[in-house]
Design a protein around this ligand. Structure first.
Ligand SMILES: Cc1ncc(COP(=O)(O)O)c(C=O)c1O
Length: 472
């Protein structure tokens, strides 16, 4: 088998994606700000798992903490006031980054995207006569909202995707959106980019769903690290994200961007420190605060919040469009390259799930490896072999069971059969290994690689060389 050298492969890349040449500033950036990658000789291909922080970002944040005196915000003493100002500034910066007018949106700090999603789930007014509609390829933290919906009697409907592209089926989506239950509140949730297949669903569904009476939750966690999101053009009621996925640091902070117009509809199931104006023990009442404060339980992660502003500064100075171009070019090249790898009997080594290289997709590629006889190679084994080559990739179902079930042809009947086994009913415990044994011989997971701010062509090329080691 011909092993393309890095040099000749670079020519193929530039032919497939001439725009790649314009992303050269990212190579300088990698040398300057992400030098640990090359110093350690590692290939990082898990940007959908977490972004990487720039070294200057850390230095800037630590310098601020070293120089200043900060106290718990929302008091009138100087150390507190200083912190309050920085927290407010970070909120404004987040809105500005997403081009969201402060008249239209509030930025609510959460621990992560899941925390933002839980806030929506617990406070959205689900009731009999209302709907929760969601696509098959959601992260489990979006799927989990169905338990709030179910507990309060709302109807739950999943919209499938088309095979093999895993693109949202436009006919079925339109039909589902046309049928909200009469009266009630209706919530439609989908990922701007699937963390399973990398498919990017059209943002035009937002306005379409809204015109038919739906509130829209856009899970942007996997989309915003390598794509611009303009909330003056697309205005979902809710946007959820985690900052570490955008710029790697700090962990422990995410955001719910919520339209101000939706806030009066939301009901928090409890109150806590920070979310009320007045609460009384003897009077047995409480009065919720206005805006973001009503949704931030207790003390926010105040020392880390200034690092969010710095991370957004960094992304903006690099240019998310540039990062997008680079991720798109590397993705196109790698998809084509992997598709061309065959065993000596002509059988393909890799099968990619989701749209092809020209489809609506971001920089995430999910696949499985196969032997010459067509037998799937366990994804754990692929991850372990990759680790020996200092390649960080992810394997499993990435907390996105619907994407996996569709891509891996695991049917509803099979899954329900597994869950209904007497021993499962008795123990109510079930592991991924139990599922794998139950759906006999089928893979229940896959291998995922993803690109981001510090990716270079050598990363993609080293993964393609690694894939060639499976040729038999
Ligand atoms: C699309 C998507 N939504 C939500 C999440 C949840 O993010 P977190 O684990 O930071 O809460 C993830 C994480 O991988 C994701 O990719």
């Amino acid at each position: 088998m011909d092993q393309p050298s890095l040099l000749s492969a670079t020519e193929t890349l530039l032919a497939a994606c001439p725009d790649y040449a314009a992303t050269a500033p990212l190579d300088d950036l990698r040398r300057r700000e992400y030098s640990r990658l090359d110093r350690l000789g590692e290939v990082y291909l898990d940007y959908t798992g977490s972004g990487l922080y720039s070294e200057a970002h850390l230095r800037r944040h630590h310098a601020l903490l070293e120089e200043q005196l900060f106290g718990n915000p929302h008091s009138h003493n100087p150390s507190s006031q200083r912190m309050t100002d920085l927290v407010d500034r970070a909120r404004s910066r987040i809105l500005a980054y997403f081009n969201a007018s402060p008249e239209d949106y509030v930025a609510i700090f959460t621990a992560n995207a899941s925390g933002a999603l839980k806030l929506v789930g617990e406070s959205y007014p689900f009731a009999p006569g209302s709907d929760y509609l969601l696509t098959f390829d959601n992260h489990n933290s979006v799927n989990g909202i169905r338990e709030f919906a179910r507990a309060r009697g709302a109807a739950i409907t999943y919209v499938p995707m088309l095979l093999p592209t895993l693109i949202l089926d436009p006919r079925q989506t339109e039909a589902a959106l046309q049928r909200p239950s009469p009266g009630g509140n209706h919530l439609f949730a989908y990922p701007a980019q699937s963390n399973f297949s990398g498919v990017q669903h059209s943002l035009d569904w937002i306005a379409r769903a809204q015109s038919l009476g739906w509130d829209v939750l856009l899970d942007a966690a996997a989309f915003v690290p390598t794509n611009p999101l303009d909330l003056s053009r697309h205005q979902p009621e809710f946007v959820t994200l985690s900052f570490y996925k955008m710029f790697g640091y700090p962990t422990g902070l995410g955001c719910l961007l919520a339209r101000r117009s939706i806030l009066p509809k939301l009901h928090r199931p409890w109150f806590s420190g920070g979310t009320i104006t007045v609460a009384s023990v003897q009077g047995d009442r409480y009065f919720l605060a206005e805006g973001a404060a009503a949704f931030e339980d207790g003390t926010v992660d105040f020392l880390n919040i200034p690092a969010v502003e710095m991370g957004l500064d960094h992304l903006e100075s690099v240019g998310v469009d540039l990062i997008h171009t680079r991720a798109a070019c590397l993705t196109r090249w790698l998809i084509r390259d992997l598709a061309a790898i065959h065993h000596s009997n002509g059988a393909p080594v890799v099968r990619i799930y989701g749209p092809g290289d020209e489809g609506p997709r971001g920089g995430t590629i999910t696949m499985n490896f196969f032997g010459a006889g067509g037998e799937v190679i366990d994804h754990h084994r692929v991850e372990a072999e990759a680790a020996r080559h200092k390649i960080s990739l992810r394997s499993g179902c990435f907390c996105n069971p619907g994407g996996g079930e569709l891509a891996l042809s695991i049917s509803k009947t099979e899954i329900i059969g597994c869950f209904n086994q007497p021993w499962v009913q008795e123990t109510s415990r079930f592991t991924p290994d139990d599922l794998r044994l139950c759906v006999d011989g089928k893979s229940t997971g896959a291998v995922r690689v993803s690109f981001g701010v510090a990716s270079n062509f050598e990363d993609a090329w080293r993964f393609s060389q690694f894939a060639r080691e499976f040729i038999a």
